[in-house]
Design a protein around this ligand. Structure first.
Ligand code: IPM
Ligand code: MN
Length: 353
């Protein structure tokens, strides 16, 4: 197999976790005799510091050419004061929308060996293995009009969804449910919001095309509680952009650290992969970050962009084994375990491949 991958190290701990994923990538290539060419581009605060726009044209061209993109993290407190149009978060949204990646897959699982890391009761979380499918290009994040009144006394955003926007992300969720436990939960606020009523009606109508999938609906407030009470009950969970943003962080608590969570954002022919954690500026440059989310995201590149399931599973089981054997980065370190740096952790995973 001969492929290309675009790397966007970005800010904070981004470059360190992307370097860790590259170590694992090289090990996979050796093991399976693949050739993967990488190209590194700049984005976020790193671009601003180089005197470039937050999402430079060269980076945009590389990211929209069809190869998968692995992003480390973006975010830099030095630029927090900028107006919204120039903010780093706006650059991240521009990256997602330029790539057309509307379906954000955020898996969350309980890890064997990390039972002490979850704030929930481990006997309730054990065995959890769910995926939140978050709509990524609509809703409040992109709805117009939006703004702040000139007198600073009020502000407004618009939540808007079309049938087509719901259908395309729901198709991904139904397909995923078919490949897993054949259960799909759609989360909305249809008792209050028109966008949610449209969402529920659209998803319900599509269920006829997927007779093998059992579809269920829950309101977002009830699901937020049920997810904490009983995470093992859920498998594929479909929801809109802001609900998914919030619920995927909550699901992360099941694992015990945001540093463990990978993600894949899929569009029609383009895909962006990123660990869910942010740039964590206070950890940057010290080789202490947890690269598991980035390494897990690399596994998702193999699974979703290159249809290489065996390679994806090899990475995931090497990762699980490293954790099971008690190696831990600082975010998860407790007595009785072996502390490792970010780069050591990557080498341990690579050796276990
Ligand atoms: C995430 C982040 C982003 C989001 C921010 C940084 C724009 O929280 O990827 O979940 O809200 O989508
Ligand atoms: Mn978020």
């Amino acid at each position: 197999m001969n492929r290309s991958l675009v790397l966007l190290p970005g800010d904070g701990i981004g470059p360190e976790v992307v370097a860790a994923a590259e170590v694992v990538l090289q090990a996979v290539c050796r093991k399976f005799s693949h050739q993967v060419d990488t190209r590194t581009c700049t984005i976020g605060g790193a671009a601003l510091r180089a005197g470039l726009p937050v999402y430079p044209d060269d980076t945009r061209a590389a990211c929209t050419a069809g190869d998968p993109v692995l992003l480390g993290a973006v975010g830099d407190p030095a630029f927090d004061h900028l107006p919204r149009e120039q903010k780093i978060e706006t650059g991240l949204l521009a990256l997602r929308s330029s790539m057309g990646v509307y379906a954000n897959l955020r898996p969350a699982r309980a890890w064997e060996g990390l039972e002490d890391a979850t704030p929930f009761k481990p006997q309730r979380t054990a065995g959890t293995d769910l995926i939140i499918v978050r709509e990524l290009l609509g809703g409040l994040y992109f709805g117009e009009p939006r703004g702040m009144a000139a007198d600073g006394q009020s502000a407004f955003n618009t939540m808007k969804y079309s049938v087509g926007e719901v259908q395309r992300v729901a198709r991904v969720a139904f397909g995923l449910a078919q490949s897993r436990s054949k259960r799909l939960l759609s989360v909305d606020k249809a008792n209050v919001l028109e966008t949610s009523q449209l969402w529920r009606k659209t998803v319900t109508a599509m269920a006829a095309d997927y007779p093998d999938v059992a579809l269920e609906h829950q309101y977002v407030d009830a699901f937020a509680m049920n997810l904490a009470l009983n995470p093992t009950r859920y498998d594929v969970v479909l929801t809109e952009n802001l609900f998914g943003d919030i619920l995927s962080d909550e699901a992360g608590a099941v694992s015990g650290s945001l540093g463990l969570l990978p993600s894949a954002s899929l569009g029609d022919g383009q895909a962006l992969y990123e660990p869910v954690h942010g740039s964590a500026p206070t950890l940057a440059g010290r080789d202490v970050a947890n690269p598991a989310g980035a390494i897990g995201s690399l596994a998702l590149v193999f699974r979703h962009s290159w249809q290489a399931e065996e390679e994806a599973r090899a990475i995931e089981s090497a990762l699980a084994r490293t954790i099971r054997e008690g190696y831990r980065t600082a975010d998860l370190m407790t007595a009785g375990h072996t502390g490792t740096s970010c780069s050591q952790f990557a080498r341990l995973v690579a050796e276990r491949l």
